[in-house]
Write a protein of this length. Structure first.
Length: 254
């Protein structure tokens, strides 16, 4: 029997994606995407992480978002302490800046996009509202385990910016009928299930000292901006992102 080159190509693609590189993060395009959430060995396909973003270095260049040492790992976090001090100060400017710098929660699930099965397992990132919709769907007895490889449910995702809306919105609609993960191809289904990446390795983890250095550079950038502009107030640092989704798109694209 000759070697199955298509299967070998698929194995190579999954091997290259297994390390959690940025290439296997799903970037939703405007319009409709149909996907299937893949089950994870621990039974929880909805992973959450906390990120800081909206900081700049000493040259005023935006710093890519990073994991919060405090929120994710319970470690001492200079940035978390700085944010709390801004809230404690209680002025309008300090509270605004605290909200701008505080850690934001983001959720991630392994998925297969219908029509793009050849890409293997991808990682879908989404916000709290979508997370709540997914949990309600899972707890709905009419659907149950939407990740089941044999009787789960595909999800229709509508992503875009409605007329008059300030930010993009994500709508999740389950299909009416259940389906197999890979129709009549159990080997392919097993390969997909085995290629779910380790979520703990998806994002770089910074030490508290590294976070402290980022904060020092950010404060230096803000001080220099204040010295060069009468319009710059003590805690004001203009950001280049207009929404949480934009910020995470930049993070995953880095």
């Amino acid at each position: 029997m000759s070697i199955d080159f298509d299967k070998m190509k698929g194995k190579l693609e999954r091997l290259q994606n297994k390390g959690g590189g940025r290439d296997n993060f799903l970037k939703l395009q405007d319009g409709e995407t149909i996907l299937r959430i893949i089950p994870t060995p621990d039974g929880d396909p909805f992973k959450d992480f906390w990120f800081h973003y909206n900081l700049k270095d000493s040259y005023g260049k935006p710093v890519a978002g990073f994991l919060s040492p405090k929120k994710n790992f319970g470690e001492d976090d200079p940035l978390d302490r700085f944010v709390r001090s801004l809230f404690d100060e209680g002025t309008d400017d300090s509270i605004k800046q605290a909200k701008n710098l505080m850690a934001r929660q983001r959720f991630f699930s392994p998925v297969v996009v219908r029509g793009e099965e050849h890409k293997g397992v991808q990682i879908w990132g989404y916000g709290k509202m979508v997370y709540e919709k997914l949990l309600n769907l899972v707890l709905n007895p009419e659907y149950g385990d939407i990740t089941d490889p044999e009787s789960g449910t595909d999800l229709v995702i509508h992503y875009g910016r409605p007329a008059g809306a300030q930010f993009p919105q994500t709508e999740v609609t389950p299909r009416r009928q259940s389906s197999e993960l890979c129709d009549q191809d159990s080997d392919r289904a097993v390969e997909l299930l085995e290629s779910v990446p380790e979520f703990d390795g998806l994002f770089d983890r910074k030490t508290p000292d590294e976070v402290g250095s980022i904060l020092d550079q950010f404060l230096l950038s803000a001080d220099e901006a204040e010295q060069h502009s009468d319009e710059t107030r003590k805690y004001t640092a203009k950001t280049d992102v207009s929404s949480v989704d934009d910020a995470f798109s930049e993070l995953l694209g880095t």
